[in-house]
Design a binder for this molecule. Structure first.
Ligand code: KG4
Ligand code: ZN
Length: 373
């Protein structure tokens, strides 16, 4: 366990408004994939503590997350992560007002570990428990991070409704977020997620896992015009995505390639691939803004969230798009894009506020679309 403790990271803390007598604090637990994370967040949008234990080194040699290993690693880490989160905030478990944990979607072995820990704590203390949808964690965390201090969002707040591009390792969706628990699907991938495409192209190039950050870095050094990648569905109406064609094109190009695969080749390949992903996202979002529902609802903010929201080119293309459409652009800071406990704690607070707490036993779900909330 000592090795695990060494590898834990403190997420960035956030200090916003002063706490007052009505301030509620929530312990949030995330364990749906390869991060065991916990955070304490208050209702004034302060992040009091945030611990992220990443299992990436455990999975790296397999080139992706191995569910069985992930579940075991969560079991080993969960108690220490929670204890360290409490200690870092200078709190005891009795100080916590609300407990929240991811109850799906995700790798079920890991989800069960975090959910059982949260259930045990809530039942033993007789405190309210919130079953958080992991995707809702991603979808709502921009509202936590948009503070007057960091200048993201409209004067420090992102109000409903907003148009959300949610892109992670498992999902790629355009959603109209009308409120907590109120999501309308505008478009989604018909095959792979954007994160999956980044991870697979990275693997093909032998660059390692997770691929997104590596490809992003390489792309910044490359020529995006050297290789021609398709832009699937971009010549078609609608807002759905398809990334498997881009991935297949990468495979075929690499199989047929006769040029030396040197550093420049890899950088150019990453830049060309990333440019295709960015074009698809911009094209589909442009169509989304032109749908009847979006034109009628007129969301003021264009938001990106999920692990892929860390991508520099996607952030900048979306910012340009938002400006062009007279919208405000918002994105969480980097450490709140990939999986983290703070987004679960914040979604816990937002759900608790509307009375959405667990009243009868909840079975964690491997699949749990946002539209079923
Ligand atoms: O949200 P997340 O942490 O986990 C899921 O809920 O799936 O997202 C992980 C995904 C991975 O596919 C990873 O490669 C991708 O986010 N990612 C990126 C970047 N950083 C992480 N993709 C593109 N560019 C990045 N800079
Ligand atoms: Zn996620």
């Amino acid at each position: 366990m000592s090795e695990n403790i060494i590898r834990m990271n403190m997420g960035a803390l956030q200090s916003n408004a002063q706490a007052n007598a009505n301030t509620v604090i929530c312990l949030g637990i995330e364990s749906s994939c390869d991060e065991t994370s916990a955070a304490i967040v208050d209702s004034e949008r302060n992040i009091l503590s945030h611990i992220i234990y990443s299992q990436i080194p455990e999975h790296q040699k397999y080139g992706g997350v191995v569910p069985e290993l992930a579940a075991r690693a969560h079991i080993l880490a969960i108690d220490t992560v929670i204890q360290q989160t409490l200690a870092a905030a200078g709190k005891t478990i009795n100080d916590i007002d609300v407990i929240a944990a991811t109850a799906g979607p995700g790798l079920i072995g890991g989800v069960l570990v975090g959910w059982m820990a949260a259930t045990g704590i809530a039942q033993s203390l007789n405190k309210p428990l919130v079953a958080v949808n992991h995707l809702e964690g991603h979808a709502l965390v921009p509202r936590l991070s948009a503070t007057a201090a960091n200048g993201i969002g409209n004067g420090g707040s992102i109000d409903f409704p907003y148009l959300l591009m949610l892109a992670s390792g498992g999902h790629c969706q355009i959603l109209l977020v009308r409120g907590v628990g109120k999501y309308e699907m505008i478009g989604q991938t018909i095959d792979d997620s954007a994160g999956e495409a980044f991870d697979k192209v990275s693997k093909m190039l032998g660059l390692g896992y997770p691929g997104g950050p590596i490809v992003d870095k390489r792309a910044q050094l490359g020529n995006a015009k050297r290789f021609h990648f398709p832009r699937p569905l971009c010549d078609k109406p609608g807002c759905d995505f398809s990334f498997s064609g881009i991935k297949t094109a990468a495979r075929i190009m690499l199989d047929k390639n006769t040029e030396p695969v040197d550093e420049q080749f890899i950088n150019d390949f990453c830049a060309s691939f990333q440019a295709a992903v960015v074009d698809c996202i911009v094209n589909r979002l442009t169509h989304a803004m032109d749908t009847e529902i979006v034109k009628q609802v007129k969301p003021k903010t264009l938001v990106v969230a999920g692990g892929v929201a860390k991508n520099s080119a996607i952030r900048s293309a979306m910012e340009t798009l938002a400006t062009k459409h007279d919208m405000i652009f918002a994105a969480p800071p980097m450490n709140l894009c990939t999986d983290n406990g703070a987004m679960i704690a914040w979604a816990g607070i937002e759900n608790w506020r509307i009375g959405n707490i667990v009243k009868e036993p909840v079975a964690p779900r491997p699949r749990w679309p946002l539209t079923e909330l």
